[in-house]
Design a protein around this ligand. Structure first.
Ligand code: FE2
Length: 422
């Protein structure tokens, strides 16, 4: 007797199987014809995936677009300045309300694990208090990790160091940083060293905004790989953005990539944001500001797409849909072969789960009973359609349902079918 059976779904690897759920765990992945269940989801022919995972977000800033004004230049630096203005006037209740609204959007999109940075450059630590509250409120349906993020610089901001440590003492999960925003390259490198040491001493993971710039000489990823290797933090460190790598000298990159692989650094490009923020100082050609995705994947480095921003000082769009994120990444990184497109889907599911160190993630017996049924027959079609999330199950419970699309022309038709019809 199962509490819930998901019948006839197509798994991301192409297998067709029923999934039996007992309480909050997957209890069977096999033909369950004739088995009893409290509830049944008919997923015949629909893609059934483990939930989407976003390893890079800013939930303290989300849904604040236009407050107190809009980013006129569209640059990262004006966004940071604008966020500084908003921090002076926002209240804890407002941050909690916006974040909870975002979590509702996320659940409806099948996005059930989110790593959010939280700004620690605030003596009140208002955002930290707010997001610790939100993490607790959503824990039944969203796995949330918080990163202590000294937005204005661990050393550059006079109280950031002390406040970042306070945030970790309050229960923030991961150590963050922003070495390219420190006053000098030397300070940036020193911040990477101290922050990694803090993480090692506390047994925590590291996730740094690293080299989010078009400057080919911004090379803090080299220090991050070195410190990871020196402190034995292999697999527990993430480098977010790494956009400078887009502009680096190719010979230098040929030395750098093996160091990243050796340290088992997880890499998080954020394509929606990188494509709009980077290259703003260029005339033509304009750089695209995305790190070297295919080259790192080819070396076995774990790379997964992050969302970064939705409706905030840095980005004026967004819907909490990781398929949008992967869709943009697929285009900008030119990952258009069938294998590469499937990899783009894996990058917002299994790759990101690995970055976050999620336990019991996946569609195997014993895993957490969290999954998404999509109105698509395979991962590539899900990307092409940004398919509706028909059913979202979190820890054994259905938390969201969306009707199938009702387009005049069935976009799920294969091209040859469409041609026949016209
Ligand atoms: Fe970010």
């Amino acid at each position: 007797m199962f509490d819930l059976i998901v019948k006839g779904g197509v798994l991301p690897d192409g297998r067709v199987s029923d999934i039996g759920i007992k309480a909050d765990k997957i209890a069977a992945v096999e033909d369950l014809s004739g088995a009893d269940a409290g509830d049944v989801i008919d997923a015949s022919g629909d893609l059934v995936s483990p939930p989407f995972v976003d390893p890079h977000f800013h939930m303290d800033a989300t849904l604040s677009y236009g407050l107190p004004r809009i980013n006129a230049s569209g640059t990262l630096l004006e966004g940071i300045g604008l966020w500084g203005e908003l921090k002076q006037v926002m209240t804890q209740d407002e941050v909690v309300a916006r974040a909870l609204r975002y979590c509702d959007w996320a659940a409806s999109m099948g996005l059930l694990a989110i790593r959010s940075h939280v700004d620690t450059c605030d003596d009140r630590l208002l955002g930290v208090e707010a997001l610790l509250d939100v993490r607790e409120q959503v824990k039944d349906y969203i796995d949330m990790q918080l990163v202590a993020f000294p937005q204005d610089g661990f050393y550059r901001d006079p109280t950031a160091r002390e406040n970042t440590i306070r945030a970790l003492d309050m229960g923030v999960d991961v150590v963050g940083g922003i070495p390219h925003f420190e006053r000098t390259m030397a300070d940036g490198a020193a911040s990477v060293k101290e922050l990694c040491e803090l993480a090692a001493a506390r047994g925590l993971q590291v996730d740094m905004h690293c080299d989010e710039t078009d400057d080919p000489m911004s090379r803090h990823i080299e220090t991050l790989a070195f410190e990871t290797q020196r402190l034995g933090l292999h697999g527990r460190v993430a480098g977010s953005h790494l956009t400078s790598m887009h502009s680096m000298d190719n010979y230098y990159v040929s030395k750098l990539l093996p160091l990243i692989a050796e340290a088992e650094i997880n890499v998080i490009p954020n394509p929606l944001i990188n494509i709009v923020l980077q290259g703003r100082h260029d005339s033509f050609p304009k750089r695209r500001g995305l790190t070297r995705i295919k080259e790192m994947l080819a070396m076995g480095i774990n790379v997964g797409w992050g969302q970064d921003c939705v409706l905030d000082p840095w980005y004026s769009l967004g819907t909490a849909d990781m398929l949008d994120v992967a869709f943009m990444g697929l285009h900008v990184a030119q990952m258009t072969s069938p294998d590469e497109m499937r990899t783009c889907f894996d990058m917002v599911t299994t790759h990101n789960a690995r970055t976050m160190g999620l336990k019991d993630y996946g569609l195997q017996v014993g895993a957490k009973a969290s999954l998404v049924v999509l109105d698509a027959s395979n991962p590539i079609e899900a990307l092409r359609l940004r398919a509706a999330r028909l059913h979202v199950v979190a820890n054994g419970r259905i938390v969201s349902q969306t009707p199938r699309g009702d387009a005049a022309l069935d976009l799920k038709d294969r091209p040859e079918t469409v041609r026949r019809r016209h």
